[in-house]
Design a protein around this ligand. Sequence first.
Ligand code: HEM
Length: 488
Amino acid sequence: LVEYYLHRQVNRRMVNLRSSKAGFRTSQSSEFGRDAHKFLEEHKKKFRGRFHSSGYKYMTFVMDPLLYPSVIRHGRQLDFHEFSDKVAPVTFGYPPIRGGKFPGLPEQIGRTFQLLQGDGLSALTESMMSNLLLLFRQDHLGGPPPGGASGDWRSAGMYEFCNSIMFEATFLTIYGRPASASRHSDTGLLRRDFVRFDNMFPLLIAQIPIRLLGRTKAVRDKLIDYFLPHRMSRWADTSLFIRTRSELFEQYDALGDVDKAAQHFAILWASVGNTIPATFWAMYHLARHPEALREARREIQSVLGLGDGVPFSSSRDVRLDREQLEKLVYLESAISESLRLSSASMNIRVAQEDFSLRLDAGRSVAVRRGDFVALYPQTMHMDPEIYEEPQSFRADRFLQDGVEKTDFYKDGQRLRYYLMPFGSGSSRCPGRFFAVNEIKQFLCVLLLCVDLQLEDGQAGATLDASRAGLGILLPAADVRFRYRPRNM
Ligand code: HEM
């Protein structure tokens, strides 16, 4: 990402990344693309905590997590939206909304994010639960598997399983269903196009012109058309979040129907692009650690008042509201742990003015207007000083005496930021509470309704590093698992 971004954005010329006391060479920058964590880790050792690439603009990587608060508190001078407003419109196909053409729109869009919290979150959570149950019942628990008896094991690809359920359940929850049916008949095609687009996402974010990416433009046009106002007006049970955004867009004559649709499409990507791989990793790690899976199931049964061993019938309506979800502390720790292991998002900020970035008592660094400052939390997530045996999955890592563990240390000092899959500061992901709830709900329904096992004779899942910098990494290949309805 950095390599492409610098090549494209910084005067559109090859950048000379000097190998000086604090920089790295152009030839080395392709190593960043291959394994960003390793690359940054090596440079951190060389340049002790902070280093920058030089050329027409500086990119300063702040590597010491004890210094993260210094960057995050400079929200006014170090802005996220300047970067995102350049990249997102080109990626999703809508006009840039900052810069005066749409007065007040960026601020009003920002306000709609509040609808993903509080009462808005309760409504989303309730709707997500009924959509998950609907899909599990109709697609996975209904009749016997093809050619088998009910109760037989079924085999599936785990990523594909998570993808199909989470894509459709999230879609129904956020955008709603057709007025006369409980599911959209063409979700399979929509998801297929979405995956095609998503495969090209790293290149689009890197500002590679879409015309150079084969059929990607046609695929994106189709995806955008799905959200045209005349289509969305025929949907029912649309979330307040999306309804408010639609009403807001109607107030701007300068926004055409396709522009409005592209805005909705961008939210589709934001809402499933990371949640689906995050769900996969949580499910995968639990499946790999049967004792953790049993503990998670015990906790869910206890919060639901089912008691250990009491059969759960999938036909029974499960109400798992926000308060109950908050009590699932072991499950939450397991999800945090899988986010720690799979998240590779980079926090990029653009300096709004020349200023001196004070790092700690003794150190500050001069930042020029337009320079980039970046945090790469994956390096912190994998730091053995902060997380013992950082490569291992420990479901209870974020749990202490039955409550969330929040004290993690580096150089003997307590860290303010130790887990950052959702970014930082004022631009922190507004969907983070909904995302964690959705993943919890998926795991609750899964663990209550089915027994599952990884199939034998396959290698463990590994991370596909090609999206380093962009969020939750996908698995390099899918893994097979078996499942069958339990206690029915
Ligand atoms: C932004 C991660 C799920 C909506 C972001 C950012 C990250 C992120 C890293 C950028 C923040 C920054 O650079 O400071 C994730 C992860 C998710 C997830 C890991 C799932 C595990 C969701 C969901 C929604 C959502 C479910 C919506 C329903 C958004 C939006 C933004 C955003 C709208 C842009 C915010 C802005 O422009 O200020 N997310 N996200 N995300 N996310 Fe999420």
